[in-house]
Design a protein around this ligand. Structure first.
Ligand SMILES: C[S@@+](CC[C@H](N)C(=O)[O-])C[C@H]1O[C@@H](n2cnc3c(N)ncnc32)[C@H](O)[C@@H]1O
Length: 214
């Protein structure tokens, strides 16, 4: 069954805003619908839109309107849904392609040097954490100034990526939600994130000078 969610992000003075439509399919594959961490990442992007101007951006799995989008190569329906989401939002220039975390396939090598990597709720299944950071570290090695901005939902306080970040020469710094006014209810005009604890991380190389946007 196909449904659609709609989100709305606007400036405090309400002069400028954006509507994002996300077609969803009620399906057990978890890339087919929007998760609570996604509106928080979208809100961060909206608040920091100046940082994205002229930058090469990719998003691993889909949500935003402004980046190239990726989902697992073996999930063609997820990729089709990513494409549908670009189409309904009139985003013709966005490329959708499959990459699978931890796999060094031709699609991964085809990617240009990127400045910003986005990912909402990719730290979902602990068995994937090492593979995600392998892919992120590969992308960041091509541009050591690159940043991976990611939101995730707290599912267990015992989960940690600290050791894996060290293994891949990366560093993660938490960006508190209150820094970009996402510690409120009704983010993006939706109650999806309200009753969940969401965190936001900036992941860079260990050498990168931290200058996280607020
Ligand atoms: C919890 S969902 C989050 C979806 C979306 N980003 C959101 O926040 O609404 C996790 C996503 O990871 C993708 N995924 C799962 N395993 C993967 C893998 N090994 N490589 C690449 N993507 C994967 C799924 O297809 C799904 O889109």
């Amino acid at each position: 069954m196909q449904v659609e969610k709609e989100f709305f992000f606007q400036d405090e003075c309400e002069n400028d805003g954006i509507n994002v439509r996300i077609p969803e399919i009620v399906d057990p594959q978890y890339g087919m619908f929007t998760w609570p961490a996604a509106p928080v990442l979208a809100h961060f992007i909206w608040k920091n839109k100046e940082h994205f101007k002229g930058k090469q951006v990719i998003e691993v799995e889909y949500y935003s309107k402004s980046a190239s989008k990726f989902d697992k190569e073996e999930y063609p329906q997820c990729l089709e849904n990513c494409q549908r989401s670009c189409d309904v939002n009139g985003q013709k220039s966005i490329k959708v392609m499959g990459i699978t975390w931890g796999q060094f396939t031709p699609n991964l090598f085809k990617l240009p040097k990127v400045d910003i990597i986005l990912g909402s709720d990719c730290f979902y299944d602990t068995k994937d954490f090492d593979d995600i950071l392998a892919t992120v570290s590969f992308l960041i090695e091509k541009n050591t100034e690159a940043k991976f901005w990611t939101t995730y939902q707290e599912r267990s306080s015992s989960r940690s990526i600290e050791n894996l970040l060290k293994k891949w020469g990366l560093r993660g710094v938490e960006i508190p939600l209150e820094h970009f006014n996402a510690d409120e209810v009704n983010i993006g005009g939706s109650h999806l994130s309200d009753s969940h604890t969401i965190h936001m991380l900036e992941i860079t190389t260990q050498q990168a000078v931290q200058d996280a946007p607020k």
